[in-house]
Design a protein around this ligand. Structure first.
Ligand code: ADP
Length: 483
Protein backbone atom coordinates (compact mmCIF):
# COMPACT_ATOMS: atom_id res chain seq x y z
CA UNK A 1 0.00 0.00 0.00
CA UNK A 2 1.34 3.46 -0.90
CA UNK A 3 0.10 6.46 1.07
CA UNK A 4 0.57 10.09 0.09
CA UNK A 5 0.65 12.20 3.24
CA UNK A 6 0.34 15.99 3.11
CA UNK A 7 1.51 18.08 6.07
CA UNK A 8 2.78 21.60 6.71
CA UNK A 9 5.54 20.48 9.08
CA UNK A 10 7.53 17.32 9.67
CA UNK A 11 10.11 16.44 12.30
CA UNK A 12 13.14 16.62 12.04
CA UNK A 13 13.03 19.13 9.17
CA UNK A 14 10.60 21.72 10.49
CA UNK A 15 8.51 21.75 13.67
CA UNK A 16 6.32 24.10 15.64
CA UNK A 17 4.35 21.49 17.57
CA UNK A 18 3.04 17.97 17.92
CA UNK A 19 1.82 17.83 14.31
CA UNK A 20 5.45 17.68 13.14
CA UNK A 21 6.22 14.85 15.54
CA UNK A 22 3.33 12.81 14.20
CA UNK A 23 4.04 13.60 10.54
CA UNK A 24 7.64 12.50 11.08
CA UNK A 25 7.06 9.40 13.19
CA UNK A 26 3.96 7.83 11.65
CA UNK A 27 5.55 7.05 8.24
CA UNK A 28 8.40 5.22 9.94
CA UNK A 29 5.98 3.20 12.07
CA UNK A 30 3.78 2.40 9.06
CA UNK A 31 6.86 1.30 7.12
CA UNK A 32 7.57 -1.30 9.80
CA UNK A 33 4.11 -2.69 9.05
CA UNK A 34 4.66 -2.77 5.30
CA UNK A 35 2.86 0.47 4.39
CA UNK A 36 4.90 3.01 2.40
CA UNK A 37 4.36 6.75 2.91
CA UNK A 38 5.65 9.69 0.91
CA UNK A 39 4.94 13.05 2.51
CA UNK A 40 4.36 16.28 0.59
CA UNK A 41 5.65 19.30 2.52
CA UNK A 42 6.27 22.97 1.70
CA UNK A 43 9.78 23.96 0.63
CA UNK A 44 10.48 26.39 3.47
CA UNK A 45 14.03 27.72 3.68
CA UNK A 46 15.13 25.25 6.33
CA UNK A 47 13.52 22.39 4.43
CA UNK A 48 15.26 23.28 1.16
CA UNK A 49 18.60 23.40 2.97
CA UNK A 50 18.10 19.87 4.32
CA UNK A 51 16.79 18.60 1.00
CA UNK A 52 19.81 19.90 -0.92
CA UNK A 53 22.22 18.64 1.73
CA UNK A 54 20.73 15.15 1.49
CA UNK A 55 22.17 14.66 -1.99
CA UNK A 56 18.97 12.86 -3.00
CA UNK A 57 16.95 15.76 -4.47
CA UNK A 58 15.60 15.51 -7.99
CA UNK A 59 13.02 17.69 -9.65
CA UNK A 60 10.08 15.58 -10.85
CA UNK A 61 7.65 18.25 -12.06
CA UNK A 62 7.67 21.98 -12.76
CA UNK A 63 5.05 24.68 -13.27
CA UNK A 64 5.72 27.99 -14.99
CA UNK A 65 3.06 29.71 -12.93
CA UNK A 66 1.68 28.09 -9.82
CA UNK A 67 -0.30 30.40 -7.53
CA UNK A 68 1.69 33.43 -8.60
CA UNK A 69 5.17 32.15 -9.34
CA UNK A 70 7.18 29.30 -10.74
CA UNK A 71 7.25 26.10 -8.71
CA UNK A 72 8.47 22.54 -8.82
CA UNK A 73 8.07 19.29 -7.00
CA UNK A 74 11.29 17.83 -5.69
CA UNK A 75 11.53 14.23 -4.64
CA UNK A 76 14.04 13.51 -1.87
CA UNK A 77 14.79 11.34 1.09
CA UNK A 78 15.81 12.99 4.36
CA UNK A 79 16.25 11.31 7.76
CA UNK A 80 14.67 8.13 6.44
CA UNK A 81 11.56 10.00 5.27
CA UNK A 82 10.41 9.86 1.66
CA UNK A 83 9.40 13.35 0.63
CA UNK A 84 7.83 15.40 -2.10
CA UNK A 85 8.75 19.01 -1.51
CA UNK A 86 6.79 21.85 -3.08
CA UNK A 87 9.56 24.27 -3.95
CA UNK A 88 7.76 27.55 -4.58
CA UNK A 89 10.07 30.36 -3.40
CA UNK A 90 7.39 33.05 -3.78
CA UNK A 91 5.27 31.19 -1.20
CA UNK A 92 7.66 29.46 1.16
CA UNK A 93 11.16 30.84 1.01
CA UNK A 94 11.11 33.71 3.49
CA UNK A 95 12.61 34.73 6.81
CA UNK A 96 10.46 34.49 9.94
CA UNK A 97 8.21 31.69 11.13
CA UNK A 98 6.57 29.15 8.86
CA UNK A 99 3.08 30.50 9.52
CA UNK A 100 3.88 34.12 10.21
CA UNK A 101 6.21 36.70 11.56
CA UNK A 102 5.92 36.87 15.32
CA UNK A 103 2.31 37.34 16.36
CA UNK A 104 1.06 38.08 12.83
CA UNK A 105 0.18 35.29 10.36
CA UNK A 106 1.40 35.69 6.79
CA UNK A 107 -1.32 37.44 4.85
CA UNK A 108 -1.06 34.94 2.01
CA UNK A 109 -1.40 31.78 4.10
CA UNK A 110 -4.62 30.99 2.27
CA UNK A 111 -2.66 30.94 -0.99
CA UNK A 112 0.37 29.12 0.42
CA UNK A 113 -1.68 26.24 1.76
CA UNK A 114 -4.08 26.16 -1.16
CA UNK A 115 -1.00 25.65 -3.33
CA UNK A 116 0.30 22.87 -1.09
CA UNK A 117 -3.11 21.21 -1.19
CA UNK A 118 -3.46 21.62 -4.92
CA UNK A 119 -0.09 19.97 -5.43
CA UNK A 120 -1.21 17.08 -3.22
CA UNK A 121 -4.43 16.59 -5.13
CA UNK A 122 -2.62 16.78 -8.47
CA UNK A 123 -0.13 14.12 -7.38
CA UNK A 124 -3.03 11.96 -6.19
CA UNK A 125 -4.63 12.49 -9.60
CA UNK A 126 -1.61 11.23 -11.54
CA UNK A 127 0.57 14.31 -12.09
CA UNK A 128 3.76 12.29 -11.79
CA UNK A 129 4.45 9.57 -14.29
CA UNK A 130 5.86 7.01 -11.88
CA UNK A 131 3.87 7.61 -8.69
CA UNK A 132 0.23 7.33 -7.82
CA UNK A 133 -0.88 6.70 -4.24
CA UNK A 134 -3.52 4.19 -3.15
CA UNK A 135 -4.70 6.57 -0.47
CA UNK A 136 -4.19 10.18 0.65
CA UNK A 137 -3.78 11.13 4.31
CA UNK A 138 -3.76 14.84 5.13
CA UNK A 139 -3.06 16.61 8.41
CA UNK A 140 -4.81 19.69 9.80
CA UNK A 141 -6.19 22.75 8.03
CA UNK A 142 -3.05 23.57 6.09
CA UNK A 143 -3.41 20.36 4.06
CA UNK A 144 -7.18 19.97 4.28
CA UNK A 145 -8.03 21.62 0.99
CA UNK A 146 -6.26 18.71 -0.75
CA UNK A 147 -9.42 16.72 -0.20
CA UNK A 148 -11.62 19.38 -1.78
CA UNK A 149 -9.34 19.57 -4.82
CA UNK A 150 -9.45 15.76 -5.02
CA UNK A 151 -13.19 15.62 -4.71
CA UNK A 152 -13.83 18.20 -7.42
CA UNK A 153 -10.97 16.94 -9.63
CA UNK A 154 -9.21 13.89 -11.03
CA UNK A 155 -8.65 12.03 -7.76
CA UNK A 156 -12.28 11.78 -6.70
CA UNK A 157 -12.06 7.99 -6.44
CA UNK A 158 -8.93 7.91 -4.27
CA UNK A 159 -9.68 7.09 -0.62
CA UNK A 160 -8.77 9.82 1.81
CA UNK A 161 -8.21 10.40 5.50
CA UNK A 162 -7.91 13.67 7.39
CA UNK A 163 -6.41 13.83 10.84
CA UNK A 164 -7.36 16.65 13.18
CA UNK A 165 -4.47 17.52 15.47
CA UNK A 166 -6.15 20.59 16.89
CA UNK A 167 -9.61 21.81 16.01
CA UNK A 168 -8.75 25.29 17.27
CA UNK A 169 -6.83 25.98 14.07
CA UNK A 170 -9.25 25.93 11.13
CA UNK A 171 -7.99 28.14 8.30
CA UNK A 172 -10.99 30.42 7.91
CA UNK A 173 -10.91 33.06 5.17
CA UNK A 174 -13.03 35.63 3.51
CA UNK A 175 -15.32 34.47 0.70
CA UNK A 176 -13.34 36.75 -1.64
CA UNK A 177 -10.49 34.24 -1.92
CA UNK A 178 -12.74 31.56 -3.39
CA UNK A 179 -12.37 32.82 -6.95
CA UNK A 180 -8.61 32.33 -6.75
CA UNK A 181 -8.69 28.76 -5.48
CA UNK A 182 -9.47 27.22 -8.83
CA UNK A 183 -12.39 25.18 -7.52
CA UNK A 184 -15.66 24.87 -9.46
CA UNK A 185 -18.47 27.22 -8.44
CA UNK A 186 -20.54 24.45 -6.88
CA UNK A 187 -17.76 23.87 -4.31
CA UNK A 188 -18.83 27.12 -2.63
CA UNK A 189 -21.71 25.46 -0.83
CA UNK A 190 -22.45 24.22 2.64
CA UNK A 191 -21.54 20.72 1.44
CA UNK A 192 -18.21 21.96 0.07
CA UNK A 193 -15.84 24.66 1.30
CA UNK A 194 -18.31 27.32 2.43
CA UNK A 195 -18.11 28.01 6.16
CA UNK A 196 -20.14 30.68 7.93
CA UNK A 197 -20.22 32.76 4.76
CA UNK A 198 -16.48 32.45 4.10
CA UNK A 199 -14.14 29.64 3.09
CA UNK A 200 -13.15 27.05 5.71
CA UNK A 201 -10.14 24.91 4.87
CA UNK A 202 -10.50 22.43 7.70
CA UNK A 203 -14.23 22.37 7.22
CA UNK A 204 -13.75 21.55 3.53
CA UNK A 205 -11.44 18.69 4.43
CA UNK A 206 -13.84 17.28 7.03
CA UNK A 207 -16.66 17.49 4.53
CA UNK A 208 -14.73 15.73 1.77
CA UNK A 209 -12.70 13.08 3.64
CA UNK A 210 -13.64 9.44 3.41
CA UNK A 211 -12.56 9.05 7.03
CA UNK A 212 -11.77 11.52 9.80
CA UNK A 213 -9.38 10.69 12.57
CA UNK A 214 -8.28 12.65 15.55
CA UNK A 215 -5.51 11.98 17.97
CA UNK A 216 -7.31 10.41 20.92
CA UNK A 217 -10.61 8.65 21.57
CA UNK A 218 -11.67 11.17 24.23
CA UNK A 219 -11.00 14.14 21.93
CA UNK A 220 -13.00 12.35 19.21
CA UNK A 221 -15.97 12.44 21.59
CA UNK A 222 -15.32 15.93 22.96
CA UNK A 223 -15.24 17.62 19.55
CA UNK A 224 -18.80 16.51 18.94
CA UNK A 225 -19.94 18.86 21.74
CA UNK A 226 -20.45 22.63 21.48
CA UNK A 227 -17.89 23.17 24.24
CA UNK A 228 -14.99 21.64 22.27
CA UNK A 229 -16.41 21.58 18.73
CA UNK A 230 -15.38 25.15 17.87
CA UNK A 231 -18.27 25.54 15.46
CA UNK A 232 -17.69 22.19 13.75
CA UNK A 233 -19.55 19.96 16.23
CA UNK A 234 -22.61 19.83 13.99
CA UNK A 235 -20.61 18.60 11.01
CA UNK A 236 -18.66 16.17 13.17
CA UNK A 237 -21.88 14.75 14.57
CA UNK A 238 -23.21 14.29 11.05
CA UNK A 239 -20.02 12.45 10.19
CA UNK A 240 -19.66 10.59 13.49
CA UNK A 241 -19.74 7.19 11.79
CA UNK A 242 -16.58 8.21 9.92
CA UNK A 243 -14.78 9.67 12.94
CA UNK A 244 -12.26 7.70 14.99
CA UNK A 245 -9.78 8.59 17.71
CA UNK A 246 -6.29 7.09 17.55
CA UNK A 247 -3.86 8.13 20.23
CA UNK A 248 -0.41 9.35 19.16
CA UNK A 249 2.78 7.53 20.01
CA UNK A 250 6.23 9.01 20.41
CA UNK A 251 9.52 8.02 18.82
CA UNK A 252 10.87 5.72 21.52
CA UNK A 253 14.34 5.74 19.96
CA UNK A 254 14.68 9.51 20.20
CA UNK A 255 13.06 9.41 23.60
CA UNK A 256 15.07 6.63 25.20
CA UNK A 257 16.58 7.39 28.63
CA UNK A 258 19.19 4.67 28.11
CA UNK A 259 20.67 6.23 24.96
CA UNK A 260 19.41 9.85 24.64
CA UNK A 261 22.44 11.91 23.54
CA UNK A 262 20.98 15.05 25.19
CA UNK A 263 21.19 13.60 28.71
CA UNK A 264 24.04 14.10 31.15
CA UNK A 265 23.28 10.61 32.57
CA UNK A 266 21.53 7.58 31.15
CA UNK A 267 19.20 5.42 33.22
CA UNK A 268 16.42 2.87 33.05
CA UNK A 269 13.58 1.74 35.30
CA UNK A 270 16.04 -0.67 36.96
CA UNK A 271 18.58 2.01 37.82
CA UNK A 272 16.44 5.03 38.63
CA UNK A 273 19.07 6.36 41.04
CA UNK A 274 21.11 7.30 37.99
CA UNK A 275 18.48 9.97 37.25
CA UNK A 276 20.00 12.03 40.04
CA UNK A 277 22.69 13.60 37.84
CA UNK A 278 20.00 14.77 35.43
CA UNK A 279 18.16 16.35 38.32
CA UNK A 280 21.29 18.21 39.39
CA UNK A 281 21.77 19.40 35.83
CA UNK A 282 18.22 20.81 35.79
CA UNK A 283 18.70 22.47 39.20
CA UNK A 284 21.87 24.11 37.97
CA UNK A 285 20.51 25.20 34.59
CA UNK A 286 17.35 26.70 36.12
CA UNK A 287 19.09 28.20 39.16
CA UNK A 288 17.12 26.07 41.61
CA UNK A 289 18.08 25.00 45.15
CA UNK A 290 19.69 21.61 45.33
CA UNK A 291 17.45 19.69 47.70
CA UNK A 292 15.08 16.72 47.74
CA UNK A 293 11.83 18.65 47.35
CA UNK A 294 9.39 17.73 44.59
CA UNK A 295 10.79 19.11 41.32
CA UNK A 296 8.03 19.97 38.84
CA UNK A 297 8.61 20.93 35.23
CA UNK A 298 6.74 22.33 32.25
CA UNK A 299 7.60 22.01 28.54
CA UNK A 300 4.96 23.87 26.60
CA UNK A 301 3.75 26.54 24.30
CA UNK A 302 2.75 29.33 26.68
CA UNK A 303 -0.87 29.81 25.62
CA UNK A 304 -4.38 29.85 26.98
CA UNK A 305 -5.02 26.36 25.54
CA UNK A 306 -2.21 25.01 27.68
CA UNK A 307 -3.76 26.45 30.88
CA UNK A 308 -0.77 28.68 31.52
CA UNK A 309 -3.00 31.39 33.00
CA UNK A 310 -4.09 28.98 35.73
CA UNK A 311 -0.55 27.74 36.27
CA UNK A 312 0.65 31.32 36.72
CA UNK A 313 -2.07 31.82 39.34
CA UNK A 314 -0.86 28.74 41.22
CA UNK A 315 2.89 29.34 41.23
CA UNK A 316 3.08 31.15 44.58
CA UNK A 317 1.04 28.39 46.24
CA UNK A 318 3.10 25.63 44.64
CA UNK A 319 6.22 27.15 46.14
CA UNK A 320 4.38 27.61 49.44
CA UNK A 321 3.60 23.89 49.46
CA UNK A 322 7.33 23.10 49.26
CA UNK A 323 7.77 22.15 45.61
CA UNK A 324 10.05 23.85 43.11
CA UNK A 325 9.40 24.43 39.43
CA UNK A 326 11.46 24.53 36.20
CA UNK A 327 9.59 26.07 33.27
CA UNK A 328 10.55 25.84 29.59
CA UNK A 329 8.28 27.46 27.06
CA UNK A 330 7.56 30.22 24.65
CA UNK A 331 4.44 31.89 23.36
CA UNK A 332 2.27 34.73 24.63
CA UNK A 333 4.44 37.60 25.79
CA UNK A 334 2.08 38.18 28.73
CA UNK A 335 2.66 34.68 30.10
CA UNK A 336 6.40 34.89 29.49
CA UNK A 337 6.43 38.09 31.56
CA UNK A 338 4.31 36.57 34.33
CA UNK A 339 6.43 33.48 34.80
CA UNK A 340 9.62 35.55 34.79
CA UNK A 341 8.02 37.73 37.49
CA UNK A 342 7.17 34.63 39.54
CA UNK A 343 10.75 33.41 39.19
CA UNK A 344 11.89 36.83 40.40
CA UNK A 345 9.69 36.50 43.51
CA UNK A 346 10.98 33.00 44.28
CA UNK A 347 14.68 32.69 43.57
CA UNK A 348 15.88 29.12 43.92
CA UNK A 349 12.29 27.81 43.80
CA UNK A 350 11.13 28.80 40.30
CA UNK A 351 13.43 28.79 37.28
CA UNK A 352 12.49 29.81 33.74
CA UNK A 353 13.97 29.38 30.29
CA UNK A 354 11.94 31.05 27.56
CA UNK A 355 12.46 29.80 24.03
CA UNK A 356 12.30 26.57 22.13
CA UNK A 357 15.01 24.12 23.10
CA UNK A 358 14.71 20.47 22.08
CA UNK A 359 17.75 19.29 24.06
CA UNK A 360 16.63 21.06 27.22
CA UNK A 361 13.15 19.55 26.89
CA UNK A 362 14.75 16.10 27.05
CA UNK A 363 16.98 17.08 29.97
CA UNK A 364 14.07 18.49 31.96
CA UNK A 365 11.95 15.42 31.45
CA UNK A 366 14.86 13.24 32.53
CA UNK A 367 15.62 15.27 35.63
CA UNK A 368 12.33 16.52 37.07
CA UNK A 369 10.09 14.39 39.30
CA UNK A 370 6.85 15.38 37.60
CA UNK A 371 5.70 17.19 34.47
CA UNK A 372 2.75 19.59 34.52
CA UNK A 373 0.25 19.50 31.65
CA UNK A 374 -2.70 21.66 32.77
CA UNK A 375 -4.27 21.99 29.31
CA UNK A 376 -7.72 23.48 28.90
CA UNK A 377 -8.20 21.04 26.05
CA UNK A 378 -5.67 18.63 24.62
CA UNK A 379 -6.25 16.61 21.45
CA UNK A 380 -3.55 14.14 22.45
CA UNK A 381 -0.55 15.82 24.05
CA UNK A 382 2.97 14.50 23.72
CA UNK A 383 4.79 15.86 26.74
CA UNK A 384 2.89 13.57 29.11
CA UNK A 385 4.02 10.64 26.94
CA UNK A 386 7.61 11.87 27.17
CA UNK A 387 7.06 12.09 30.93
CA UNK A 388 5.83 8.49 31.12
CA UNK A 389 8.78 7.24 29.10
CA UNK A 390 11.27 9.09 31.32
CA UNK A 391 9.71 8.36 34.72
CA UNK A 392 8.70 12.03 35.08
CA UNK A 393 5.24 11.56 36.54
CA UNK A 394 2.57 13.52 34.61
CA UNK A 395 0.15 15.82 36.45
CA UNK A 396 -2.58 16.52 33.90
CA UNK A 397 -6.07 17.81 33.38
CA UNK A 398 -8.59 15.03 32.69
CA UNK A 399 -9.27 16.00 29.10
CA UNK A 400 -8.71 14.62 25.59
CA UNK A 401 -5.59 12.55 25.15
CA UNK A 402 -4.45 13.34 28.68
CA UNK A 403 -7.47 11.44 30.00
CA UNK A 404 -6.69 8.51 27.69
CA UNK A 405 -2.98 8.08 28.39
CA UNK A 406 -2.58 8.59 32.15
CA UNK A 407 -3.89 6.33 34.92
CA UNK A 408 -4.81 8.53 37.87
CA UNK A 409 -3.28 7.76 41.25
CA UNK A 410 -6.55 7.29 43.08
CA UNK A 411 -6.63 4.93 46.08
CA UNK A 412 -7.64 1.90 44.02
CA UNK A 413 -4.99 2.48 41.37
CA UNK A 414 -2.31 3.11 44.00
CA UNK A 415 -3.23 -0.07 45.84
CA UNK A 416 -3.22 -2.06 42.62
CA UNK A 417 0.09 -0.36 41.70
CA UNK A 418 -1.16 0.65 38.27
CA UNK A 419 -1.15 4.45 38.67
CA UNK A 420 1.04 6.41 36.25
CA UNK A 421 0.17 10.02 37.09
CA UNK A 422 -2.30 12.49 38.57
CA UNK A 423 -5.40 13.81 36.84
CA UNK A 424 -7.61 16.69 37.88
CA UNK A 425 -10.66 18.50 36.61
CA UNK A 426 -11.89 21.05 35.94
CA UNK A 427 -8.97 23.29 35.06
CA UNK A 428 -8.99 25.73 37.96
CA UNK A 429 -6.67 26.78 40.73
CA UNK A 430 -7.97 24.58 43.54
CA UNK A 431 -8.27 21.27 41.65
CA UNK A 432 -4.79 21.87 40.21
CA UNK A 433 -3.32 22.55 43.64
CA UNK A 434 -5.11 19.48 45.04
CA UNK A 435 -3.46 17.31 42.38
CA UNK A 436 -0.06 18.76 43.28
CA UNK A 437 -0.84 18.13 46.95
CA UNK A 438 -1.58 14.49 46.11
CA UNK A 439 1.73 14.26 44.24
CA UNK A 440 3.56 15.77 47.21
CA UNK A 441 1.99 13.17 49.50
CA UNK A 442 3.08 10.23 47.34
CA UNK A 443 6.51 11.80 46.80
CA UNK A 444 7.05 11.86 50.56
CA UNK A 445 7.10 8.05 50.47
CA UNK A 446 10.03 7.26 48.19
CA UNK A 447 9.06 3.61 47.59
CA UNK A 448 5.59 4.58 46.42
CA UNK A 449 6.93 7.35 44.21
CA UNK A 450 9.45 4.98 42.68
CA UNK A 451 6.69 2.45 42.07
CA UNK A 452 4.75 5.08 40.11
CA UNK A 453 7.79 6.05 38.10
CA UNK A 454 8.45 2.43 37.19
CA UNK A 455 4.80 1.92 36.27
CA UNK A 456 4.87 5.05 34.12
CA UNK A 457 7.96 3.79 32.33
CA UNK A 458 6.18 0.50 31.57
CA UNK A 459 3.44 2.31 29.61
CA UNK A 460 3.41 1.53 25.91
CA UNK A 461 3.94 4.94 24.33
CA UNK A 462 5.35 3.59 21.06
CA UNK A 463 3.75 4.06 17.66
CA UNK A 464 3.23 0.34 17.11
CA UNK A 465 -0.35 -0.03 18.23
CA UNK A 466 -1.43 3.30 16.76
CA UNK A 467 0.15 2.47 13.40
CA UNK A 468 -1.95 -0.70 13.34
CA UNK A 469 -5.07 1.35 14.04
CA UNK A 470 -4.29 3.67 11.10
CA UNK A 471 -3.71 0.65 8.88
CA UNK A 472 -7.11 -0.75 9.90
CA UNK A 473 -8.68 2.54 8.78
CA UNK A 474 -6.73 2.53 5.51
CA UNK A 475 -7.66 -1.09 4.78
CA UNK A 476 -11.36 -0.55 5.34
CA UNK A 477 -11.29 2.43 2.95
CA UNK A 478 -9.39 0.46 0.32
CA UNK A 479 -12.03 -2.25 0.56
CA UNK A 480 -14.40 0.49 -0.51
CA UNK A 481 -16.11 0.92 2.83
CA UNK A 482 -16.37 4.45 4.09
CA UNK A 483 -15.99 4.05 7.86
P1 ADP B 1 1.15 21.21 20.82
O1 ADP B 1 1.37 20.53 19.51
O2 ADP B 1 -0.28 21.60 21.07
O3 ADP B 1 2.08 22.35 21.08
P2 ADP B 1 1.98 18.67 22.00
O4 ADP B 1 2.15 18.25 23.43
O5 ADP B 1 1.15 17.80 21.12
O6 ADP B 1 1.45 20.18 22.01
O7 ADP B 1 3.42 18.76 21.32
C1 ADP B 1 4.34 19.73 21.67
C2 ADP B 1 5.72 19.28 21.21
O8 ADP B 1 6.60 20.39 21.21
C3 ADP B 1 6.35 18.25 22.12
O9 ADP B 1 7.23 17.43 21.38
C4 ADP B 1 7.12 19.13 23.12
O10 ADP B 1 8.18 18.45 23.73
C5 ADP B 1 7.60 20.22 22.22
N1 ADP B 1 7.79 21.52 22.86
C6 ADP B 1 6.83 22.41 23.23
N2 ADP B 1 7.40 23.54 23.72
C7 ADP B 1 8.73 23.36 23.67
C8 ADP B 1 9.87 24.16 24.02
N3 ADP B 1 9.72 25.39 24.53
N4 ADP B 1 11.10 23.65 23.82
C9 ADP B 1 11.25 22.40 23.31
N5 ADP B 1 10.24 21.60 22.96
C10 ADP B 1 8.99 22.06 23.13
Amino acid sequence: MQVLAVASEIYPLVKTGGLADVAGALPLALERHGVGTTTLIPGYKQVMARVHASGTARSVFAWGDFYGGSAEIIQAEVAGLKLFVLNAPHLFERDGGIYGNGAVDWGDNWRRFAALSRAGADIAGGLLSDYRPDLVHVHDWQAALTLAYMRYGAAVATPSVITIHNLAFQGQYDAGIFAELGLPDDAMSIHGVEYYGGVGYLKAGLQSAWAITTVSPSYAQEIRTPEFGMGLDGLLNDRSASLVGIVNGIDIDQWNPQTDPHLPAHYSADVLDDRQSNRHHVEERFGLDRDDSLLLCLVSRLTWQKGIDVLVDCLDDIVGMGAKVALLGNGDARFEGEIHAAAGRHPGRIGVVTGYDEALSHQLTAGADAILVPSRFEPCGLTQLHGLRYGCVPIVTRTGGLADTIIDANEAALTAKVATGFQFEPLARQPFLNAIRRALNVHREPDNWRQMQVQAMKSDVSWDHSAECYIDVYRSLLRGTHL
